[in-house]
Design a protein around this ligand. Structure first.
Ligand SMILES: Nc1nc2c(ncn2[C@@H]2O[C@H](COP(=O)(O)OP(=O)(O)O)[C@@H](O)[C@H]2O)c(=O)[nH]1
Ligand SMILES: [Mg+2]
Ligand SMILES: [Zn+2]
Length: 306
């Protein structure tokens, strides 16, 4: 007998699935493991898998259905090993904080580039907004940068209930990936959205695995109002993979909308005369921090290849 199931937790050694409304735990068939070339795990959260009952009466994952999309990161800048964070995602939600902790803008931009490259619509959640009451200019500047680039930015305070309703709306009937550095408030947000979720269990096993080579596995929660949210552990260095230097600017929406005006059709928006992107940066229409991230990513990828 065979069953189709949704992977809601993947630790590398065991997998938790939802199959016909019921949860089950299972392992992966040995041979399948080998197919996960260059990826730390062949089965990830969000995958639809097929399982079979083995001789011992235990369910094993025997096949993974093709993925609609996925979010991937390189284990580190110099590593060739990649790690798929989650698959079959309708929307990514990037949780960013300007205080406690400070999220680096370069990290935000790298994450957004990855989402653009994999065609995953992304919403930015500017969290712990309650801590920013006296720093409104910074909040406004951040919102202007990313709204100007074409992203929705939701001001959020999970502890005071600000913006939570908008997040809930975005989640209905969808599979959403919640990402962001450790400590920005992802788990607190999940609890605010659906207080009935028992995410303590997950947190305990998460910390249990700390210190191991891969502490990065995600968990998918099924929400009371329909829809799923994937809580990822802190994503630190967010390496980009498979993106060609020549294509990088295609993943900055505000560059796309201006590149048509560049003098050269193959403009890289770095040194060329008559570059409409550089002009827009000078005019303050494209945020300098975004352009800076673009240059940094180009530069770093060069070093990586040499
Ligand atoms: N001031 C404030 N603190 C928050 C908010 N959301 C979470 N926190 C605190 O930030 C810390 C990290 O939260 P947590 O949800 O564990 O972050 P995670 O690592 O992203 O899952 C905890 O001490 C939370 O109480 C918020 O909206 N405002
Ligand atoms: Mg957490
Ligand atoms: Zn240009």
């Amino acid at each position: 007998m065979e069953k189709r199931a949704l992977v809601v937790r993947a630790t590398g050694s065991w997998y938790e699935l939802i199959c016909e409304g019921e949860r089950m735990r299972c392992r992966i068939r040995g041979r399948l493991r080998l197919k996960g070339v260059r990826s730390t795990s062949p089965v990830v959260v969000g995958d639809t898998v097929r399982c079979e009952c083995d001789e011992k009466g235990e369910w094993v994952i025997c096949d993974v259905e093709p993925r609609r999309n996925y979010i991937i990161r390189r284990a580190s800048n110099l590593s060739k090993e990649s790690h798929i964070i989650a698959a079959n995602i309708d929307r990514a939600m990037l949780v960013v904080t300007l205080a406690e902790p400070v999220t680096a803008l370069e990290f935000v931009d790298r994450f957004l580039v990855t989402c653009e490259a994999y065609k995953v619509p992304t919403t930015i959640l500017l969290a712990k907004i309650d801590l920013m009451a006296e720093r409104r200019e910074e909040v406004e500047a951040f919102c202007a940068t990313y709204r100007g680039a074409g992203y929705e930015v939701v001001e959020l305070s999970a502890t005071e209930g600000v913006g939570v309703e908008r997040v809930r709306e975005l989640l209905v009937g969808k599979v959403a990936l919640l990402s962001g550095n450790s400590g920005v408030g992802k788990s607190t947000l999940v609890r605010a959205i659906d207080p009935s979720l028992d995410i303590r269990t997950a947190e305990i096993s998460e910390s249990f695995h700390k210190g191991r080579h891969t502490t990065t596995f995600s968990t998918m929660y099924s929400l009371g109002e329909g829809g799923y949210i994937i809580d990822t552990p802190g994503v630190k260095g967010f390496g980009l993979i498979d993106i060609d230097d020549k294509e990088l600017w295609h993943y900055f929406p505000e560059m796309i909308s201006r590149a048509g005006e560049c003098r050269f059709f193959n403009c890289t928006h770095t040194h060329e005369p008559g570059c409409a992107v550089v002009e827009a940066v000078k005019e303050g229409e494209v945020a300098f921090s975004r352009y800076e991230s673009y240059l940094k990513i180009l530069d770093e990828d060069d070093k990586y290849r040499k």
